[in-house]
Design a protein around this ligand. Sequence first.
Ligand code: ATP
Length: 201
Amino acid sequence: MLTIGLTGGIGSGKSTVAQILGEFGAPILDADKVAHTTYAPGASAYDAVIAAFGAQVVAGNRTIDRKQLGAIVFGNPERLNQLTSIVWPATRESIRRNVAELRASGAKLPIVVEAAILIEANWQPLFDEIWLVRASREQVVTRIESQRGLKPAETEARIRAQLSDEERSKHATLVIQNNGSLDELRELLKTVWAEALKRNG
Ligand code: ATP
């Protein structure tokens, strides 16, 4: 039974692909959401985040204030590194456990884990296959501007700050090109999913 890691750059269409695969029946895990659970009060990374970043990141209800945390690490590679070195290993372990629990509860279809930082975090060993969603720079800039209101220069800067698609491609077992319409993406995914089901046994 396959466990698939789904990755790609900003605005490439990962969440859209995950949503469509979910409609096809795939159990979906979102690594971002899993990451947030790791520093909920009492969870494995909670104490370490507070030890590293201080009481200023603790909100009134004891939760970690993500905005405050974001403000500290934004534009500060050292602090960001400190945060990811706490949260990424905890997230990896939590994904591993979630996948095992899904299997134990009877999930037979391929499980899809959407993880933007899959390769940066070296999570490849968690997965049987790594699917990379790619869209051209022009498509990404246009989609992000029309749907999130982000200026092209800001999107370009974010793309430059990330791993390149060439680098990601080296780790991918399958590439999903997302330069067409949503209908075209859905059609492509029908084929891709049917083939994955065959490999899934
Ligand atoms: P991020 O990592 O930045 O959250 P993402 O890779 O998850 O992005 P999505 O949120 O799925 O990307 O897609 C980015 C935007 O582009 C969304 O608003 C989505 O609706 C839109 N989009 C994705 N694919 C297509 C497509 N084929 N045609 C039109 N719009 C699309």
